[in-house]
Design a protein around this ligand. Structure first.
Ligand code: PXP
Length: 247
């Protein structure tokens, strides 16, 4: 089971594959990126195998499973062919997300309340293979309750609304929602992760929230990596997470 005490970083390396796919070439290779992230101290590597394979492809998932020594977290929707791939590859953890073919990135959280039956089935199948299950949800009591009832191990609280907030008042409101979500999830024995839209500029207030034990961050790290390299970009984010005082 989970044993993290302090918050740790999973680097989402989807956009390394996005650059590769822009030319349908064989570089840059997400496997190389994962090695650099691990060497910089990342606790996990996150990849999203989308149904349209727009960035990460099946070959990446297979090779990363063989090469990543830290946690491999596979983001995925609950479509049957994808669920079958997860059962076969057996990542350490899956994070269930909604998937809309037209979206630029994952938009909202998973509606666990409306898909409770399918969610419970997927959780059961993953647990049979020894895979932890996290659900990417809005910090909402109904969604947290549905995740618990379906048997999830963890929830990843969607930080996108916090990241998009443009006034201090709204930022404080979103942080309070995240803390309330954390409290309710923990009362229900869920492990609590967070992610989406987090950057070097907005990570500190979220990293200060006690018991958020895993951050999934992608775009901002890969964007910085273009200029400083992915090892340094990862190390800089870890430093920001670690130096935030918990409250
Ligand atoms: N968490 C989840 C569930 C996501 O779908 C994504 C985007 O793939 C992220 C975190 C990372 O978001 P960002 O790229 O904005 O850091």
């Amino acid at each position: 089971m989970y044993n993290e005490i302090m918050a740790v970083l999973n680097v989402n390396i989807d956009h390394i594959a996005t650059v590769r796919q822009a030319r349908l070439a064989d570089e840059p290779d997400p496997v190389w990126a994962a090695v650099q992230c691990e060497l910089a101290g990342a606790n996990g590597i996150t990849i999203h195998l989308r149904q349209d394979r727009r960035h990460i492809c099946d070959r990446d998932v297979k090779l990363l499973k063989e090469t990543v020594a830290c946690k491999l977290n596979l983001e995925m929707c609950m479509a049957e062919p994808i669920v079958k791939i997860a059962e076969k590859i057996k990542p350490d953890q899956i994070t269930l997300v909604p998937e809309n073919r037209a979206e630029l990135t994952t938009e909202g959280g998973l509606d666990c309340a409306s898909h409770k039956k399918r969610l419970a089935e997927v959780v059961k199948r993953m647990h049979k293979k020894g895979i932890l299950v996290s659900a990417f949800i809005a910090p909402d009591r109904g969604q947290i309750t549905a995740s618990v009832q379906a048997g999830c191990d963890a929830v990843e609280l969607h930080t996108g609304m916090y990241a998009n907030a443009s006034t201090q008042k709204v930022i404080e409101k979103r942080l309070t929602e995240l803390m309330d979500g954390r409290n309710f999830a923990m009362e229900n024995n869920l492990v609590v992760h967070a992610g989406h839209g987090l950057t070097y500029r907005n990570i500190a207030p979220v990293a200060r929230i006690r018991d958020l034990c895993e951050f999934n961050i992608g775009h901002s790290i890969v964007a910085r990596a273009v200029f400083v390299g992915i090892r340094q970009a990862t190390a800089q984010m870890i430093e920001l997470i670690n130096k935030s005082e918990l409250k």
